[in-house]
Design a protein around this ligand. Structure first.
Ligand SMILES: Nc1nc2c(c(=O)[nH]1)N[C@H]1C(S)=C(S)[C@@H](COP(=O)(O)O)O[C@H]1N2
Ligand SMILES: [Mo]
Length: 469
């Protein structure tokens, strides 16, 4: 046999000099000559084999550690199928919510400007039915909260898999485990950011929209991979019925069935019913926020703005005038409305605005947070009538709406032409028969059918029609 480093070395391992012994320099011992290294795949296979032979360490990786007799393909399949339907609805309504902001119309409308091709599906948000965003966003948030117990139960049902032994068996298995990490991490992140936004409002390091949007895409990408490999198994297990429990080491058990089950303390049906009751309870203390009116008071889990007071202006307020930095002088007698477009400009006092034809529209406010109000009776001047002041009435174009509010990402918006042209789109001065309160946008606010609340700009001072957005 030739010396190490000879060209007849198998596997094409690079040459390595034999290490001469140098007893005179013990402070810097050289590496002893190593045997040639096997290729990576072989080494991994060796490690997997050794891990398998040695068996799992004591603790959760041992097959006997997990003992609940409830765990098995049926229970996991039931929760999985419920989540499948739920997550699809959440994703679709979430995508719709982003589209509702008309982000492609103007940079200031876009809360996720670096979306790239993830915005491939965007379209101009319609103005009918007038409760459209109320519905889509109500479903999105209430369903998200309602699914929390199901999500937790599903994770509980598969937790032994987290400790699978050996942790990695092959390249394909490693990839699958990484996709599961993205699935569980993505689900957790998306649910937590969504719930924090309902509960606490604006508590994020960075924009809620951006975090929730990208989190959802990661979650859904991993979800698609997961569903495509697991759906047939889940359907089979659910069809087989709750009494079916395959042998622990069979392929059908999928590592979910405990080999040493403890005695049952609740039936599988009882477990599903308990989770269902948890979901129902969460639904009961959340749904009121999307119904509004009297029901608003029942939404214990949506504390934000639950008590808006009474009277014509007694409906939910997103941000008060004070918290938005509106000074009394901004909205006092010195307030003016400037209308611009087509190279012309008109400046109006509130009295002049009130002297124009006053129109009525029954429209809700529907916030991204999921709360909404029933239809309120707004009155004010049509946006088309204001466009006519600068000669743009017939074909009213898109319009930039600006508030007296200084700063804040919701102090201005660009409304699309279809929104500006709608007969129900008003610059409102009154609501439910009374002047707007300062908190609802006095002296004038925009109200648009079907739009997210954020597009109903309060304390409006300038409208610019048809300029590059
Ligand atoms: N100028 C201004 N307008 C605004 C906002 C704001 O912060 N500043 N918030 C918007 C949001 S997010 C919503 S949901 C609605 C709420 O209207 P309301 O407070 O009258 O119910 O106002 C919108 N108009
Ligand atoms: Mo909002």
């Amino acid at each position: 046999m030739g010396a190490i480093g000879d060209s007849d070395q198998p596997d094409g391992v690079p040459e390595r000099r034999p290490a001469p012994a140098r007893p005179e320099r013990p402070a810097r011992p050289e590496q002893p000559a190593k045997p040639p290294r096997a290729p990576v795949a072989e080494r991994v296979r060796g490690a997997v084999g050794r891990a398998r032979a040695a068996g799992p360490p004591p603790g959760p990786a041992r097959p006997g550690f997990w003992r609940s007799p409830l765990r098995g393909p049926w229970l996991t399949g039931v929760f999985g199928l419920v989540l499948l339907v739920g997550v699809v609805v959440l994703f679709v309504t979430g995508l719709l919510s982003y589209a509702a902001y008309n982000p492609d119309l103007a940079a200031r409308n876009d809360q996720t400007p670096d979306k790239g091709w993830l915005g491939f599906y965007l379209f101009t948000w319609p103005t009918s039915p007038h409760w459209l965003y109320r519905l889509t966003q109500g479903v999105h948030t209430v369903l998200g909260v309602t699914l929390v117990p199901v999500l937790l139960a599903k994770l509980w049902s598969v937790i032994p898999k987290l400790f699978e032994w050996p942790p990695v068996r092959s390249a394909a298995h490693a990839l699958e485990r990484i996709s599961l990490l993205l699935l569980v991490g993505g689900a957790g992140f998306t649910f937590v950011t969504g719930i924090l936004n309902i509960q606490l409002d604006y508590v994020f390091p960075g924009s809620f929209y951006t975090l929730h949007f990208y989190g959802a895409w990661v979650f859904v990408a991993a979800f698609v991979v997961h569903v495509s490999s697991r759906l047939p198994r889940a359907v089979r297990a659910v069809r087989a019925g709750r009494g079916w429990q395959p042998a622990p080491d069979s392929a059908e058990a999928a590592g979910l069935v405990p080999p040493r089950p403890a005695p049952a303390t609740i039936s599988r049906r009882g477990a599903v019913a308990t989770v269902g009751a948890g979901s129902l309870a969460l639904f009961a203390v959340t749904a009121g926020q999307s119904i509004g009116g009297w029901w608003r008071g029942t939404a214990l889990l949506a504390p934000h703005g639950r008590d808006p007071g009474s009277g014509p202006n007694g409906f939910q307020i997103n941000k008060t005038a004070a918290s938005s930095g509106i000074r009394p002088s901004d909205i006092g007698p010195a307030w003016r409305l400037t209308v611009r477009g087509a190279g012309r400009q008109a400046v109006l006092t509130r009295e002049m605005l009130l002297a124009m034809p006053q129109r009525e529209a029954a429209l809700p406010i529907a916030c991204v947070e999921g709360w909404s109000t029933p239809d309120q009776q707004w009155s004010g001047v049509r946006l088309t009538d204001l466009a006519a002041l600068v000669g743009l009435g017939e074909e009213t174009p898109h319009v930039l709406v600006e508030s007296v509010q200084r700063g804040g990402s919701f102090s201005s918006v660009v409304l699309a032409a279809n929104q500006a042209r709608d007969d129900r789109s008003l610059l409102a001065t009154r609501v439910n028969g009374a002047d707007l309160s300062p908190d609802h946008g006095y002296p004038a606010r925009v109200i648009i059918p079907a739009a997210p609340g954020v597009h109903n700009t309060k304390w409006v001072t300038r409208l610019t029609f048809g300029e590059p957005a």
